[in-house]
Design a protein around this ligand. Structure first.
Ligand code: HEM
Length: 576
């Protein structure tokens, strides 16, 4: 592969060496009277101007390994400069490029390593499903996340990934997720209670940052349903574990610098730098490891002492208990997986709850329709109280009811489509391979953007960016509609059935929020179940409207993107 030798680190090193050399021969080299500092400045400026020219004009045209790849090419460096200072949501710049550049599914991004941006189903299927192990996650991203996610599923590659995925999957089987509905609904009911007793207790309602509450609710849910541990952070917001995760996941300047350094330099060099921006993540990771190890030991001891090892019907439905009873993973493997579930699962779901509430605030007609649907399906809503030992519905019944509701599922799917929590992700060719029949060399970086594909008119049509939950509903046919409703479109959607295609039949890769293939989100069934419970509980209990400038309701962050300025809504209790 034609390597790009002139990169920021190599040119910086070159500049330092030149300065050192010139310094030792200063008296021979300096033109008369030019001060040392100015000479050094001239050298540095000359080197970086060369780097700019090399990166934007020389390397892409004459040496870039993808210069002959038959796809449109976009120079990223000039794009980055034109977009400096803009506050576009992550992924929007890629979407704009795809919309403006006629393409067959691949665009070559030049001036930033060797990058292929994939935009359409056929090529997405090749990378994600047909040859998934030809492509790995970039090492800088794995090095950045490893202190917190350990060697969990998100990080590992190849055969190790296949082994872990197979055994972790048992905890996420459909039947297991369905059994978790009562635990999830109990947390949703608890959220409603906590809001009703606190911030929304007055009869006229009040303004609430729902992104904060959504974070507490999803943290509590994943602790209870996945780890079988009831921390109740909705009642006890100062729980140290929540604080620890909130600190680790907060997008900070130090984390940004650390990621940038790992992108430019090998991790061992980054560790030697005098300012260690990754230290706080490593320290947090060490503390979390101790907490998770303790949790697993306690749970294993409880399962052993109750004699239920290998017993699927012992009443323990959480995912950790399932992994322990399954018996295939070592304690260390299990710790790694728990360390991964928490950050992978709670922020992403919390952010989706915020966007569901936002979209229902700016589309109040859908809020009303959904409320009527939930009340019709579950008249005694919430169907259980968090204090209630005996749920009103068992998991399977609750799951069946909620999974069949057309508006609820339409709204959840449409929000996941429009606001994917992971808007951009990347892969690197792990070996020489091909895409769309053209050679792709080992080391080529691939950019995948759910934000782009989910909103691309080339995939979804002209109304790609419009909130239309009815895409996800197959209406009753005029023949099967009830008497008097045959010409009533509204009624045919209300009585319709949820679909998984969003109306783009034959296109398996149109919805990219959870990705596809063996490296897709293993927790998507869990997340969907939780979103159904939280949305149903909130809309049954409250009505709301936006209480912030809509221009500030924008996502930020690439790993678990969230509302940049919170999500302020005016919430009011609704009468039954
Ligand atoms: C709305 C919520 C969620 C979204 C949008 C989401 C999205 C994603 C995406 C896009 C990936 C693939 C990342 C990549 O390969 O670049 C992923 C992987 C993963 N997610 Fe989720 N996720 C969500 C919730 C959850 C939950 C609730 C859990 C666990 C309880 C979870 C656990 C995982 C794990 C373990 C992986 C790694 C899978 C593998 O590589 O085999 N996620 N998620």
């Amino acid at each position: 592969m034609a390597r790009n030798f002139f990169t920021f680190p190599s040119v910086t090193l070159m500049t330092l060496l030149e300065i050192l050399l010139v310094n030792t021969r200063y008296s021979q080299l300096a033109p008369s009277g030019l001060p040392r500092s100015q000479l050094f400045l001239v050298i540095a400026v000359a080197n970086y101007v060369f780097l700019l020219l090399w990166t934007t004009r020389i390397y892409p045209v004459f040496f870039h390994p993808l210069r002959r790849f038959p796809a449109p090419k976009i120079n990223m460096v000039s794009r980055i400069f034109t977009q400096l200072g803009s506050s576009l949501p992550p992924g929007q710049a890629l979407l704009d490029m795809a919309e403006r550049t006629p393409n067959d599914g691949v665009i070559v991004l030049q001036g930033h390593g060797e990058c292929l941006l994939l935009t359409k189903p056929g090529v997405l299927g090749e990378v994600l499903v047909q040859h998934p192990y030809d492509f790995a996650k970039p090492s800088y991203a794995r090095d950045f996340m490893r202190p917190v996610l350990a060697d969990g599923l998100v990080i590992v590659e190849g055969e190790r990934h296949q082994f872990l995925r197979k055994h972790v999957q048992t905890g996420f089987k459909l039947a297991r997720i369905r059994a978790l509905y009562p635990a999830m609904m109990a947390k949703a009911a608890r959220l409603v209670e906590a809001l009703g007793e606190g911030e929304v207790s007055s009869s006229t309602g009040s303004v609430v940052d729902v992104s904060v509450w959504a974070g507490k609710a999803t943290f509590d849910t994943i602790m209870a349903a996945a780890l079988g541990c009831d921390l109740d952070v909705l009642r006890r917001p100062h729980e140290p574990l929540l604080k620890l995760y909130a600190a680790v996941l907060q997008p900070s300047a130090a984390a940004f610098v650390h990621l940038g350094l790992l992108f430019l330099l090998p991790p061992d060099v980054v560790r030697l730098l005098p300012f260690d921006a990754g230290r706080s993540m490593r320290e947090a990771g060490d503390k979390l490891r101790l907490v998770m190890t303790d949790l697993i030991r306690q749970r294993r001891a409880a399962i052993l002492s109750s004699g239920s090892l290998g017993d699927d019907n012992d009443g323990r439905v959480d995912i950790l208990s399932e992994l322990i009873k399954d018996g295939f993973l070592s304690e260390d493997d299990m710790v790694d997986q728990l360390l991964t579930f928490m950050p992978a699962g709670y922020e992403s779901t919390a952010s989706t709850v915020s966007w569901i509430m936002y979209l229902l605030a700016v589309h109040p007609e859908w809020q009303d329709k959904l409320r009527a649907e939930i009340r019709g399906a579950l008249p005694d809503f919430p169907p259980l109280s968090s204090e209630d030992e005996k749920p009103g519905y068992d998991g399977a019944t609750l799951a069946t009811v909620l999974e069949r509701l057309p508006y609820l599922n339409g709204i959840v799917n449409e929000t996941l489509r429009l606001y994917p929590s992971l808007p951009v992700t990347a892969r690197v060719a792990a070996r020489d391979t091909s895409i769309a029949g053209h050679a792709v060399e080992k080391g080529t970086e691939i950019v995948l953007s759910a934000w782009l594909v989910n909103r691309y008119t080339g995939v979804w049509g002209a109304d790609a960016c419009v909130f239309r939950p009815e895409r996800w509903i197959t209406p009753t046919t005029p023949e099967s509609a009830k008497d008097g409703e045959k010409d009533d479109d509204e009624a045919r959607f209300r009585d319709g059935t949820p679909n998984n295609t969003g109306g783009v039949a034959g296109n398996n890769y149109a919805h990219m929020t959870f990705l596809h293939g063996p490296r897709n989100c293993i927790g998507q069934g869990f997340a969907r179940a939780e979103l159904r419970c939280l949305t149903a509980a909130l809309v049954a209990a409250f009505s709301w409207r936006l209480a912030m400038d809509p221009r500030r309701a924008v996502p930020v962050g690439v790993i678990a993107s969230r509302p940049a300025h919170g999500m302020f809504l005016h919430l009011e209790r609704v009468r039954r």
